[in-house]
Design a protein around this ligand. Sequence first.
Ligand code: UTP
Length: 298
Amino acid sequence: MRNKVTKAIFPVAGLGTRFLPATKSVPKEIMTLVDRPLVQYAIDEARAAGIKEFIFVTSRGKNALEDYFDHAPHLEADLIAKGKDKLLEVLQSTNMDSGEIAYIRQHKALGLGHAVWCARRLVGEEPFAVILPDDVIAADKPCLQQMIECYEETGGNMVAAMEVPADKASSYGILDVQEDMGSLVSVKGMVEKPQPGTAPSNLAVIGRYILSPQILRNLENKETGAGGEIQLTDAIARQIGSETDGVYGYRFNGQRYDCGSKAGFLQATVAFGLDREDLRDDLAAYLNEVVAARKAAQ
Ligand code: UTP
């Protein structure tokens, strides 16, 4: 019987330089899509997939993130006193139980692989998930849940995968596909940020992973890869060809927004705004107005 995946690592120790100057004092993961910080979307997705332990790899300057997950008794008392039950419900839905969430520090931003490795003692000898909160995925069935359902059949290591345009491949980890089985592909190679024109496919790795504890051992030697960083992709690629612990890509159903980039964040804001019943009509009317005004000005 395969171990259930109940632990997830959320690496949030990056510098977030693409959002400077905001990220000088606001962690990227706390920035809000409509009215919820990115990290709340990630937690909700993990919970829906059956995750019980939430491990955050943080760094200097990310205190706002820890505060966000703390209970807020003064706010709760205020909302109770004013009879604002709906808001109270919203607030309480973000509470985490004691012991459910753990924080560990990455002392230097040495790369995503290193951030994941920092959580090794909290993960132990179990399969675990990794969620990058700046990849926000809108889906009927949350992406990690889709992956865990598939993983229960395959085992091994699984990365979320998505087709990207050829000229964008050099921004991603790219899969070299051995066998394409539809949603699931088996992988015979992985390359992090390939040089333009050298990508083995257009199937890119997106920020959701289910990994075996062997990946943490593979990260032990702290070898650097693309960009001089310790890359998670390289540690996963070492498992390719393993009989019991191979590598799969999973083409998820859903729309991914790269909220680590300004354009992606703005697109997600519009999409999530339009998805909200209370905002949809006004926002759509405003967008139409803006587009019409721009056209008229051209
Ligand atoms: P990014 O590549 O988006 O880097 O990291 P970044 O530092 O967050 O942002 P930019 O590129 O400077 O704007 C992808 C994910 O890996 C985490 C980040 O927090 C993000 O969730 N990460 C990256 C770490 O936790 N530690 C690292 O050393 C590097």
